[in-house]
Design a protein around this ligand. Structure first.
Ligand SMILES: Nc1nc2c(c(=O)[nH]1)N[C@H]1C(S)=C(S)[C@@H](COP(=O)(O)O)O[C@H]1N2
Ligand SMILES: [Mo]
Length: 409
């Protein structure tokens, strides 16, 4: 395809021009150079281009923060349940692997360890072991970081580092059963990403490897299809670990190793990264890891960014999810949280790991409104007013932070 080869050409040109810096070692030099060599804009800065591996995304539905961080626009979520691939966010800790890994999908191999009969399985073999489809919310733990007044370092995502996606693949429990069951002492499930690691650095300092508690085993999936299409390279094709209800980072893309064992991974991204570190503190393995997602919701429309909304009947709508728990109810406020009304859950219920769309019909006179939503999960957990302050800006589910100002005329 002409567009694809054009993208390849641009990508190659960028890489060739890159300096041998630390970024170069990570393969990000081309991007850094493209940023610094851009001509100074006269008016508003031009939107950053989509990187080659994600060139098929809808540019008007996303905000490109960098070549490895792309966010869905709040106005683009729409009101259907499933987030189309063309607008789903992307977060890569390392540059995406070479597209060659999705050329012969069935030949991809996964090493399984910590079972009675450990061995390597091809994707073709995995496909014979079972098939299930699950809808999950995929959300970066840094979603909502942009609302922290402390401005933690990292991408200042607002609401768009999340989506609701259909995954098809084999249940991990089937794979375990096919390999004789778990070996003794399995406390954690560890997934390792298949990215090529830069040379000359300690692999543990860069590898994307995460552990989750063994209790997640029954829900986990090894997925090769997303929203009815072969899993794209951008979203972890040919094979991805899905840990339903857990923050995005635990959902390992291009998974090449799955291990059951008694200890958590020693990789930096597990031991120090993605920890609930107190403000101003140093991250350490004794702090809580970002695992299960907490109950959360936000309003997606109507928004008045492009001008006031017309007075009269208005359908306020948004999304709500409870991590591993179903949504029980969503309340909406138009007065900044002084009074609340119960919203209606709309659209199909795709299970406890999916999000629910909600809607509240209100009659609004001209004026300015603070519109907020507050979700309650099946265990009675209520979305809190305030965020939990932490050094890296994780797990923000504050309804106050996610409220919108709505101008009505
Ligand atoms: N192998 C691998 N898996 C990964 C990552 C990565 O960089 N490499 N990023 C993680 C993070 S931080 C998030 S939020 C999600 C993003 O998934 P997406 O890019 O498909 O939206 O993937 C997770 N899995
Ligand atoms: Mo993430």
């Amino acid at each position: 395809m002409t567009t694809k080869s054009h993208d390849d050409l641009i990508a190659r040109r960028r890489v060739l021009g890159g300096a041998a810096t630390a970024l170069g070692a990570l393969g990000l030099s081309g991007w850094a150079q493209a940023q610094t060599s851009a001509t100074t804009p006269l008016a508003a800065p031009a939107a950053k281009p989509l990187p080659a591996y994600a060139a098929w995304k809808n540019p008007s539905a996303v905000v490109v923060h960098s070549a490895t961080t792309i966010e869905t626009r709040r106005s683009a979520f729409g009101s259907s349940v499933i987030t189309p691939a063309q607008q789903l966010y992307i977060r890569n800790n390392l540059p995406a692997p070479d597209a060659a890994i999705v050329e012969n999908r069935d030949a991809w191999t996964l090493d399984v360890e910590g079972v009675k009969q450990p061995r390597s399985l091809t994707l073709a073999e995995l496909k014979t072991l079972g098939l299930e489809t699950v809808a999950t919310v995929l959300q970066c733990s840094g979603n909502g970081r942009g609302f922290f007044p402390s401005k933690p370092s990292g991408t200042p995502w607002t609401v768009g580092a999340a989506g609701c996606v259909l995954w098809s693949g084999v249940p991990v429990r089937n794979v375990v059963a096919a390999l004789g069951g778990l070996a003794d002492g399995a406390v954690f499930i560890t997934g390792t990403g298949g990215e090529k690691l830069p040379e000359g650095v300690d692999p543990l300092s860069v590898v994307v490897e995460r552990s989750v508690p063994i209790k997640a085993l029954g829900d986990c999936l090894l997925a090769w299809e997303m929203n009815g299409e072969p899993l794209s390279l951008a979203h972890g094709g040919p094979l991805r670990l899905i840990v339903p209800g857990y923050q995005g980072v635990n959902n390992i893309k291009y998974i090449k190793r799955l291990a059951f064992g008694s200890t958590e991974s020693k990789a930096k991204i597990m031991a120090h990264g993605y920890r609930m570190t107190p403000p101003g503190g140093q991250s350490s393995p004794d702090q809580a890891s970002v695992w299960e997602m907490n109950v959360k919701s936000w309003i997606n429309g109507p928004l008045s960014d492009g001008g006031p909304v017309k007075a009269g009947l208005v359908q306020l709508h948004g999304v709500a999810f409870g991590g591993t728990r179903a949504i029980e109810r969503v309340e909406v406020s138009t007065d900044g949280g002084q009074t609340w009304q119960t919203a209606r859950l709309v659209g199909p219920d795709l299970g406890r790991f999916a999000w629910r769309q909600f809607s509240l019909e209100v009659k609004l006179a001209p004026g300015s409104y603070q519109v907020a939503s507050r979700a309650v999960d099946s265990a009675g957990q209520v979305q809190p007013a305030e965020r939990v302050e932490n050094a890296h800006g994780y797990n923000n589910n504050s309804w106050r932070d996610h409220a919108i100002s709505l101008a009505v005329a």
